[in-house]
Ligand binder design. Sequence first.
Ligand code: AMP
Length: 328
Amino acid sequence: MTKKILLSGVKPTGRPHVGNYFGAMKQFVDAQTVGHHENIFMIADYHGLNFIQNKEEMSQLTLDLALDYLAIGIDPAHSVIFKQSDVSAHTELAWIFDTIVTMPYLMRAHAFKDAEAKDKEISVGTFNYPVLMAADILLYDTDIVPVGQDQKQHIEYARDIALKFNHIFCGGNEFGKGGVFKLPEPLIFEHVATVPGTDGRKMSKSYNNTIPLFATREEITKSVMGIVTDSGGPESGGIPQNVYAIHKLFRNESDIKSLYEQNKGKYKILKETLIEDIDTFIKPLRERRAELAKDPAYVLEVLKQGSEAANKKASEKLLEVKKAIGVL
Ligand code: AMP
């Protein structure tokens, strides 16, 4: 029986944080452990180019993310790890999709609307982000895409684009039957769909409210001490909501409930326990990453092999697409 395809990616735009991990990357490793899927993990450097426009920084961040993937336990023997820019079929397919996607449709994307609301001048690349992401997903006949809540709409866009393509070029019906592209499903776990940062907002590289996934003990301490201790009003019963919300990522629910019950109002003790728990979790990852970083040639070899595997699959799909649109 052929395995279902599970694909996801992360942008190399800075150190990943525990929000990226619990929201998405942990699901990458868990899927690999279960072994029911064929796993493909992308370093989304062309998406990252919308943010990182410096040669040295881009190449460093890309290698760093490859190390991060390996350090959390993604094993190249069981998963493909590749760089988006190594597979030119992504941008080629995005162009083909551009011809069937309308501007008003893209203008309904949350990311675009947020940027507009903030009066930001956005690049065409940022505007077109959902189309490239649809290409990333659809090129591999992806069934499942583990992501955080902020990416949910992008998976819906990928489905819409697949349906539209199938309908226009392959006579597929509106239920997705028939055609070149499969309809992907998001994999989002409610309890980690939006991991909060140290200020209670969504944890995000751009809000400066993160706990880096490979943080040193000192960095963990600094981040945790910086958590805004919002008591959440009388109904919270002396439980600091922001500390609790992060803590429950690292301990089971019943443990954590009794810990916070016993230490009502004792913010210092609770934060110290949180530092200890985060460090216990991160330490082995940090050490593994440091070990892997000693061998950059290995990391490059992993990316080379990943690119070969990804190119093989993607070029077969692109051939199908080209036949469907009549250019072959
Ligand atoms: P990015 O760095 O934007 O490429 O994000 C990588 C993955 O992490 C995506 O699947 C995001 O949806 C997910 N992610 C980012 N921030 C969070 C968060 N605060 N909570 C849950 N998932 C997140």
